[in-house]
Write a protein that binds this ligand. Structure first.
Ligand SMILES: [Zn+2]
Length: 203
């Protein structure tokens, strides 16, 4: 379980607090903590989480990198999507969503702020180091890797945007170090960026 963010209208905030909701001052959102009973605040739980990417199947990627903090080798995880996945535009406030369009290229979704139940359960059954955390860099919550040794956050910018890092492999060694597992289940998420597959994902 992760915490549940709520859609609480401003004039209902006192009632939300009374019913157990807590205020996240950084994200400016009311939420129910991990593991708490959400039944009292059910009417504020968003019915359809905003998603901008979906696929009928996906890949879980696992590789190793040196932790920037402690220097030890740690596993890091990511999702990969086959070329037939679909994407759509969602406005910043989540009010408007465009039509679904076929992506036509495989991709590595990251800065994932929302992950649907099936892939969330799947990744949680595989590891505890990949979980939502708050990034000071982006000032937002997203699904983030953590060092197996020291627990330090391993942010998505380094993993996906630095050449020859874990999920932006340039060298043959980096490519070969990525293990790919196909999951024949639906994937849906809200992702901020989509990394490039340089040829290591299967069809
Ligand atoms: Zn570390």
């Amino acid at each position: 379980m992760t915490r549940i963010d709520l859609n609480v209208p401003f004039h209902e905030k006192d009632e939300a607090r009374r019913l157990g909701a807590r205020w996240d001052a950084k994200k400016k959102v009311w939420f129910i903590p991990d593991g708490a009973d959400a039944s009292a605040v059910r009417r504020w739980i968003p019915e359809e989480p905003e998603i901008n990417v979906r696929s009928r199947r996906y890949f879980v990627l696992k590789t190793e990198r040196a932790c920037w903090k402690c220097g030890a080798s740690t596993a890091v995880f990511a999702f990969g999507l086959p070329a037939e996945h679909e994407m759509r535009e969602v406005s910043d406030d989540g009010d408007k969503a465009g039509t679904w369009e076929k992506a036509e290229m495989s991709a590595l979704p990251h800065y994932i702020s929302f992950l649907a139940e099936e892939p969330r359960r799947r990744i949680q059954s595989m590891t505890s180091i990949f979980r939502p955390d708050f990034s000071q860099t982006t000032q937002s919550w997203y699904w983030m890797n953590h060092c197996e040794g020291c627990g330090m956050k391993q942010g998505d910018f380094e993993l996906f945007s630095e050449p020859d890092e874990a999920f932006f492999p340039v060298s043959a060694e980096r490519v070969a170090a990525i293990r790919v597992e196909e999951v024949r289940e639906p994937f849906a998420a809200m992702a901020g960026e989509f990394g490039i597959d340089v040829g290591f994902l299967p069809e």
